[in-house]
Design a protein around this ligand. Structure first.
Ligand SMILES: Cc1ncc(COP(=O)(O)O)c(C=O)c1O
Length: 424
């Protein structure tokens, strides 16, 4: 994202910038890429991959997204309370006490066990309402879902269960981001066979879906009736080799202001464990972000092949000998710095020796895993017209407006009752 000056917006010393215009652009790019009849489910789980699930869901709704996807009923509830009306599929398995959320907040459930069918039945019967259900098929992810040979019986059970409406059937790909698509085709084959068995058993018209972002880019035959996209919406490629496949715009930046600057003489160490030692005089700037905010929290990934193992070991050795070249880059208006030493709980040190005009208050753009960043860091949003707005202020105004609209709809007598007025 371009380096914009958002200081005028009062957000404190660190914040996340979310470009809603980029989300809109990415959505349209995906729409163009897929077959016209294929529906889009926008994945807004994990606070929309760190972008703010409410703001992103609103943009997607405006764009006409057919469905939204979250992991937990709690995430679905938050969207409903903010006035989101698009269908919401909850991907995750849920607890018996969470079953009522599906009726209270008009959420669509993923069903992966007979127990879940029973819990939903009870919730639906108590409220005299219908719960929409998508049946999850285990094709190779090994997480949850009915085994293929169980699917017809499970689908029949759902169809016979009062209060449940079987709307869809789906599965999830485990390796779509790999160049080698053999396992994807194996999963897809199992899913297709299972769907055919359902049809032979007279269970027709289900919404079938399997493709995620990587499949949208590389496996068009897997689009089926709907694709479920997250990564692409947020302007990222599922794997580096796929980057050139679509013209996406990055939608997220973490920014912080420099709070302190100092010179370190040759030989001075810095930070916990003294992992950094100045080999010449360096100018360092301190930023008010740290691991408590999610900076440099790396997941422990298993190397995919021998080359990955070698690369990982080489990095460790270079780090041991204090090689700074591998530490993350931080962008300033006057140039680029590098993180030095260990990232602290709330403070990060950056070598800014090569940054022109560095001063306290200057804004830095920091590399970070967007899904690891704390959700309560203030967000500022750039709307499609280019105007920047403080996330929280925007939320309040929009919620007020939606409350009014909802009131009107209620008077007109066609408003469903899943959100009570007190819940706004
Ligand atoms: C069930 C399900 N479908 C789709 C997605 C979207 O994946 P991606 O971000 O690769 O598009 C996710 C996210 O991991 C998911 O859990």
């Amino acid at each position: 994202m371009e380096n914009v000056q958002t200081e005028k917006i009062k957000v404190g010393s660190r914040w996340v910038e979310v470009d809603l215009a980029a989300i809109q652009h990415n959505y349209r790019e995906i729409r163009q890429k897929i077959k016209p009849e294929v529906k889009i489910l926008g994945v807004v789980k994990a606070d929309a991959y760190g972008h703010g699930a409410i703001a992103i869901s609103r943009v997607l709704e405006e764009q006409g997204v057919e469905m939204l996807g979250v992991t937990t009923p709690e995430e679905g509830r938050a969207l409903r309370q903010a006035g989101i009306t698009a269908p919401i599929l909850v991907f995750g398995a849920f607890l018996p006490e969470e079953a009522t959320s599906f009726v209270d907040f008009d959420l669509t459930a993923t069903v992966a066990s007979y127990e879940a069918i029973q819990w939903l039945r009870e919730a639906a019967e108590k409220s005299n309402r219908i719960i929409k259900v998508h049946l999850k098929v285990e094709t190779g992810m090994g997480r949850f879902g009915f085994w293929p040979q169980e699917v017809v019986a499970a689908a029949q059970k759902i169809k016979q269960t009062p209060g449940l409406f079987l709307e869809g059937v789906y599965s999830h790909l485990a390796t779509a981001m790999w160049r080698n698509k053999k396992y994807c085709y194996r999963q897809f084959g199992i899913f297709q066979e299972t769907c055919e068995e359902l049809e032979r058993a007279g269970i027709n018209g289900l919404l079938k879906h399997m493709a995620n972002s990587a499949a949208v880019l590389e496996l068009p035959e897997m689009q089926l009736d709907m694709v479920r996209v997250g990564t692409l919406l947020y302007g990222q490629a599922p794997a580096p080799y796929m980057e050139k496949n679509l013209k996406l715009k990055d939608s997220w930046d973490l920014k912080a202001k420099v709070i302190y600057i100092r010179k370190l003489p040759t030989g001075q160490t810095a930070g916990y464990g003294r992992t950094f030692k100045a080999s010449k005089p360096v100018l360092i700037a301190i930023l008010p972000v740290g691991f408590v905010d999610g900076i440099q929290v790396e997941p422990l990934l298993k190397p995919a092949n021998l080359l990955d193992v070698v690369k990982g070991m080489a990095k460790l050795v270079l780090r041991y000998f204090g090689c700074q070249k591998l530490s993350p880059l931080v962008q300033f208006p006057g140039g680029t710095g590098r993180i030095i030493g260990k990232v602290g709980m709330q403070l990060t040190m950056v070598d800014v020796s090569a940054v022109q005009g560095i001063k306290v208050g200057m804004v830095a753009c920091i590399p970070a895993r967007r899904t690891a960043i704390r959700a309560d860091i203030p967000k500022v949003y750039r709307a499609a017209d280019g105007a920047w707005q403080n996330g929280n202020r925007g939320e309040e105004e929009k919620t007020e407006k939606r409350k009014e609209e909802r009131g009107k709809r209620k008077e007109e007598g066609w408003c469903s009752s899943w959100v009570t007025d007190q819940e706004f």
